[in-house]
Design a protein. Structure first.
Length: 280
């Protein structure tokens, strides 16, 4: 059984629509798929219908933006199978507004360096609930200032350490996000801890009983990283997930639907925990 619990569509920063993603999942023999667009649950109704049409079972999901205040860094939390998803809508809207605010400022900074317009960027965001750096880079590629999304120009403008046009603001506190996910009767899993150096936070949240699982199988984690994450998962009995983190054209490294997977045992744990939260 093949289970991919992390992918994106044009509703956030993916380049393919919901139907194209589900068709591709079917082509790669995926049995269960979760579309986890950033800070929006808008895919689920359509994905459920299309999943039934194409024979792919859909697990409702969303990748929530959060902030680790102790270490002043980003952290992403995957929420699965919320039974009361409406409780997450306000937080999703807030996070999208934060991202839009940052992106508009980044567009202004880029426009001071390169003769493009905001409209050149916004035409690539059609259907998305926000504006992402990839949309800005696509406009720069359109007009010949770069040939790739993650090359020299992207590093100069948007490097997380010293990008000249990068704008970041704090997202809601991670513990608040986790509490809200649990109030929505969802299962909370830390996404790609290696991407934002969140392993210390992961262990702290696990000690506090705040987090339900960790995404171990992700392209940003090498064998040594995965062994370290598995140790934490085993120590605190966390659910272990995996997913391709597919973005299509906007992937930073080659990855495809089904390139990283979750085991049936761990999917069963997610479903069991979600149902237990409903019964509580």
């Amino acid at each position: 059984m093949k289970i991919d619990l992390h992918c994106h569509t044009t509703l956030s920063d993916g380049s393919l629509g919901i139907e194209d993603v589900i068709i591709q999942a079917k082509r790669t023999s995926i049995d269960f798929l979760s579309i986890t667009d950033h800070d929006t649950l808008a895919s689920f109704s359509r994905a459920s219908v299309l999943g039934e049409r194409y024979g792919v079972k859909i697990i409702q999901g969303v990748e929530m933006s959060a902030w680790d205040k102790e270490r002043s860094q980003k952290v992403h939390i995957l929420c699965y199978a919320p039974k009361k998803p409406d409780r997450l809508e306000g937080l999703c809207l807030k996070c999208c507004e934060i991202r839009k605010s940052c992106s508009k400022e980044m567009i202004e900074k880029v426009m001071q360096k390169y003769p493009i317009t905001a409209e050149n960027v916004l035409k690539h965001c059609t259907g998305s609930k926000s504006i992402f750096k990839q949309h800005i880079m696509r406009a720069l590629i359109d007009y010949g200032y770069a040939l790739e999304f993650y090359g020299k120009l992207n590093d100069e403008l948007f490097n997380m350490e010293n990008g000249t046009c990068l704008v970041e603001r704090e997202y809601p506190d991670v513990r608040f996000v986790l509490d809200l996910i649990h109030s929505a009767r969802g299962v909370a899993v830390m996404a790609h801890p290696m991407l934002y150096n969140n392993t210390e936070l992961l262990e702290k949240l696990a000690q506090e009983g705040k987090i339900d699982g960790v995404e171990v199988n992700h392209y940003t984690a090498d064998e040594e990283d995965r062994a370290k994450l598995m140790q934490i998962a085993e120590k605190y009995n966390l659910i272990v997930t995996g997913g391709s983190d597919f973005h299509g054209l906007y992937n930073s490294t080659p990855t495809y639907i089904g390139s990283e997977l979750t085991t049936k045992e761990n999917l069963d744990r997610i479903i069991k925990l979600a149902n237990k939260k409903t019964d509580a």
